[in-house]
Design a protein. Structure first.
Length: 204
């Protein structure tokens, strides 16, 4: 994981300054997720990047623990946390493969823009399923590379080979949904807001 983490360390400052592709889409994702929360919700986020989403959600929940394997990303996340005086979010440097997923601990687990960057998604989803309380939710946003246009599909391997893009795991929206179902999740909300982009809420 060191090489991938190094890639994100190197781009962390640039990433932090980059605007979301669509503010309206991002706000809709936040809105749909916040409907799942209450004041007692205990939440995990893995692949949290610079922490923006967890910090936005923090007033709506009891506690959030958020992980990213890039120390550069987590450094920025902690800076934001300090500046915003947020006390109920904890950021930690850890790859999803190294997280201790405690049994039936979380009400909601978030995994935004990460499942197309990991290679062992079946095991990751099994871990998340086990870590959720009964009735809990896994919320994810994923790039479904197999459904993107042919130019993007062709350029990604080239960009990866020269260190300008991370390694990508390819799947369709239906393939990702079916993987969730095979583990035991039920689809609560599936929103394809753009071809090749899936926002999914799956319930245990």
């Amino acid at each position: 994981m060191a090489t991938a983490a190094q890639f994100w360390d190197e781009v962390s400052q640039k990433y932090a300054k980059k605007a979301v592709p669509s503010q309206s889409v991002y706000e809709e994702k936040l809105k749909r997720t916040q409907k799942l929360f209450n004041k007692d919700s205990v939440v995990m986020e893995f692949g949290c990047g610079t922490g923006t989403t967890s910090l936005i959600h923090s007033p709506h929940v009891k506690e959030i623990v958020a992980y990213d394997y890039s120390s550069g990303m987590i450094e920025i996340a902690n800076q934001k946390k300090s500046e915003q005086k947020v006390s109920n979010v904890t950021f930690d440097v850890k790859a999803v493969e190294d997280i201790r997923f405690h049994s039936e601990t979380y009400d909601v687990i978030m995994a935004h823009s990460i499942l197309h960057l990991t290679e062992n998604n079946e095991q990751i989803l099994k871990n998340a399923y086990e870590a959720l309380k009964p009735g809990g939710f896994l919320v994810s946003s994923s790039g479904c590379i197999k459904e993107m246009n042919i130019f993007i599909r062709a350029i990604i391997p080239i960009m990866t080979s020269i260190g300008k893009a991370p390694k990508i795991t390819k799947f369709t929206a239906d393939e990702l949904i079916d993987m969730h179902k095979s583990i035991g999740f039920k689809v609560y909300d599936a929103w394809v807001y753009k071809k090749g982009e899936l926002f999914l809420i799956a319930q245990k």
